[in-house]
Design a protein around this ligand. Sequence first.
Ligand SMILES: C[S@@+](CC[C@H](N)C(=O)[O-])C[C@H]1O[C@@H](n2cnc3c(N)ncnc32)[C@H](O)[C@@H]1O
Length: 173
Amino acid sequence: MKARIAEDYNATAGIYDMRYREEQQLKIGFLLNRVRLRDGDTIIDAGCGTGILLEAASEKAKAWLVGIDSSIGMLREAKRKGIEADLVLGDIEKMPFRDRVADAVFSVSVIQLADDPGQAVSEIRRVTKEGGAIAISYLRKAGIDPPRATGIRAAVHASETMKDIFITGFRED
Ligand SMILES: C[S@@+](CC[C@H](N)C(=O)[O-])C[C@H]1O[C@@H](n2cnc3c(N)ncnc32)[C@H](O)[C@@H]1O
């Protein structure tokens, strides 16, 4: 399943921005408006795709930006666009990062693709510092309940105009 998802995104990476950039920018704006980013922060985008969030975040703060995605094609597209971030090929359900490294972790329209969205959220919590921001969205049409992980205090937002459910909050402990 994971290999198939990565192949599908590899095949369509070149047209992703043309198709989805505008839609994703609205979701990303919604999340970025709810998270305060500071210069010097370490920010991870879990399932960064072509780097639309990383680019927007770079305009908000001089942060160390890290994007992880399972599709090499999507990462190549981010690189081709000149996104200034460290780009890592990997799985958001098992990220190759130490515990509590990030001041903020984002994940936009990705966790519904995970084998276990709850595991993806636990992994996002694991790499977030205590008190660090967590900002996730996932496609409403996936029909899943907002995954809950112990140790995250979060609010769930649904918007009439956007296709995602949004979860914003912070790591409690
Ligand atoms: C709908 S796109 C969203 C991309 C980006 N977050 C955005 O807002 O434009 C979903 C992305 O999740 C990635 N993805 C899917 N499953 C993944 C997994 N288990 N680990 C890492 N990335 C994954 C895909 O390769 C794709 O780039």
